[in-house]
Design a protein around this ligand. Structure first.
Ligand SMILES: Nc1ncnc2c1ncn2[C@@H]1O[C@H](COP(=O)(O)OP(=O)(O)OP(=O)(O)O)[C@@H](O)[C@H]1O
Ligand SMILES: [Mg+2]
Length: 225
């Protein structure tokens, strides 16, 4: 049987996910600003690069070379060589970039695709209403197609909005993103300063609510459990 899991770069996070990132699947990380979404994406990308595999990285928020360097350390230049970075400028361009990424998937055989964030540019297009939501859904179906065809894990991150009546953060993109992500992890700031929590919201073979605590550090994340 084919091995269909690979490390996220952090052992506790792997355990939370039931043994690592699952191939042929979209894993969604959502959470408030500074909860650690981009950090975890970088940690996973760098772990995949260290294992010798290329990575497709779609960054809508301005890729931080400085942060990549902090996490990758001495190997930065070597690892960055196999990082295929795409930086869409707006939501329409995001769809084009997703389509263009297939060339890399075909020729370079990456073992991970990251999209950080799936919804930041969508958010700025929200006034277009249903059209934007349909386009987001199409983009996510496109990514899921890649996950399945190329047998790789896809990580997407999702911005949140605060529902003030319930005092709760909700992920953007609603059902479009909820259904298509087979694993959903919510990242949140804990009570004590610097501490974060990753909580399993959806998983096919693990109990909902499972949780780890972690800190964001120079070299990535450090889990407490
Ligand atoms: N070198 C570092 N050492 C410790 N903490 C760091 C370091 N670099 C960044 N951080 C912390 O990481 C947090 C930001 O994490 P990250 O960028 O992963 O959040 P995010 O969930 O992607 O946020 P956003 O929604 O704004 O994109 C901030 O609290 C920042 O202080
Ligand atoms: Mg981020």
């Amino acid at each position: 049987m084919k091995i269909d899991r690979q490390t996220s770069g952090d052992p506790a996070f792997d355990t939370l996910l039931g043994g690592g990132l699952e191939a042929r699947t979209i894993t969604q990380l959502y959470g408030e600003p500074a909860s650690g979404k981009s950090t975890i994406c970088l940690v996973a990308a760098i772990a995949t690069l260290r294992a010798g595999h290329p990575v497709v990285y779609i960054d809508t928020e301005g890729f931080s070379i400085e942060r990549f360097r902090q996490i990758a350390g001495e190997d930065t230049e070597k690892l960055a060589d196999r990082l295929f970075l795409f930086e869409p400028l707006d939501f329409e361009h995001q769809a084009i970039v997703i389509a263009e990424a297939e060339k890399v998937l075909k020729t370079q055989k990456p073992r991970l695709l990251v999209m950080d964030s799936a919804t930041a540019l969508y958010r700025t297009d929200l006034e277009k209403g249903r059209d934007a939501l349909q386009s987001l859904t199409k983009q996510m179906i496109h990514l899921l197609g890649y996950a399945k065809r190329y047998e790789i894990p896809v990580i997407i991150t999702n911005q949140v909005y605060m529902d003030t009546t319930r005092n709760t953060w909700y992920g953007l993109g609603g059902y479009a993103l909820e259904h298509i992500s087979k694993v959903i992890v919510r990242l949140e700031k804990a009570e004590s300063p610097g501490l974060r929590r990753a909580r399993l919201v959806k998983h096919r073979s693990r109990p909902e609510g499972a949780m780890i605590e972690y800190e964001i550090i120079e070299s990535g994340i450090r889990s407490r459990t």
